[in-house]
Design a protein around this ligand. Structure first.
Ligand code: ADP
Ligand code: UDP
Length: 234
């Protein structure tokens, strides 16, 4: 496999083409951003931790019958993935109130939800990734018939698999964001699953082991990512 031209550089990752037109390389960076890119920083070791954590979690999903874009690890901070036509939605699943949900519905951070909540946000930096209702998604014609329900069901299935895996490692999965893409008509989990995209709390101490340490200046950010990697690999 030959790594070719850079196709896209985002805030946390770079995508490169390869000599196989259906595969791309995803390189994870140490750069971190928050609040629509207004806060910037470097988290040493984040790129490699997120690469390895994502690889383990994608393999877990595959083993549970959920298709993902993951093919193989190439280096400490690079993975080979299926090139997908990305769906411009951020699909968030929540088990415990935190972040924007606490602001939206007034639940204190840490309140358990009666049932998992699935939310859809429009992946559009210019608009600030707004929350979308089903009617907005229909109006924008982002999905074909049946895909809305399919995404919801897949997101909830991912939640069940991840909640159990993290739970067995004394981590509460508070919430997380998924991105999906299409290969033909098949919906596949893409992007990454890492402490950048999940809220993870230690089950006993409720210590935050995710990007909130960066967002909220809580210190020991590197240690938190290392600790999640250690537990995920257990
Ligand atoms: P952002 O674009 O939000 O700054 P990143 O820095 O994480 O995000 O960049 C990674 C980009 O790669 C994202 O736009 C994401 O949608 C896209 N992507 C993720 N998985 C795939 C895939 N399998 N095929 C093509 N593009 C992908
Ligand atoms: N999230 C993400 N990327 C985004 C927005 C949110 O990965 O662009 C994740 C975030 O890490 C958290 C979940 O989605 O695990 C819910 O985030 P929330 O809506 O509470 O937004 P926040 O207040 O964190 O910006």
């Amino acid at each position: 496999m030959i790594k070719g031209e850079k196709l896209y550089e985002g805030k946390a990752k770079i995508v490169y083409e390869t000599d196989n037109e259906s595969l791309v390389v995803q390189e994870f960076k140490n750069e971190a951003t928050a609040f629509d890119g207004k806060k910037k920083g470097i988290i040493t070791g984040k790129g490699s931790a997120n690469t390895q954590i994502s690889a383990v979690l994608f393999s877990l999903l595959e083993a549970s019958g959920i298709p993902t874009h993951f093919k193989e690890l190439l280096s400490e901070n690079e993975m080979l993935i299926l090139k997908l036509q990305m769906i411009p939605l951020e699909v968030v699943v929540r088990n415990i109130a935190a972040g924007s949900l606490s602001k939206r519905i007034g639940y204190k951070e840490g309140v358990s939800l009666k049932n998992p909540i699935v939310e859809f946000y429009y992946k559009d930096d210019k608009l600030g990734d707004p929350l979308l209702t089903r009617a907005h998604i229909d109006e924008l014609e982002i999905l074909k018939s049946g895909q809305y329900e399919e995404l919801r069901i897949m997101a909830l299935k991912v939640n069940e698999v991840l909640k159990k895996y993290f739970g067995d490692r004394d981590l509460d999965l508070v919430d997380f964001k998924l991105e999906f893409g299409l290969k033909g008509n098949q919906i596949i989990v893409g992007d990454e699953i890492s402490p950048d995209t999940c809220r993870l709390w230690d089950r006993g101490t409720k210590e935050k082991l995710d990007k909130d340490r960066f967002r909220r200046d809580l210190g020991n950010i590197e240690g938190a990512y290392r600790e999640v990697l250690r537990r995920v690999k257990e």
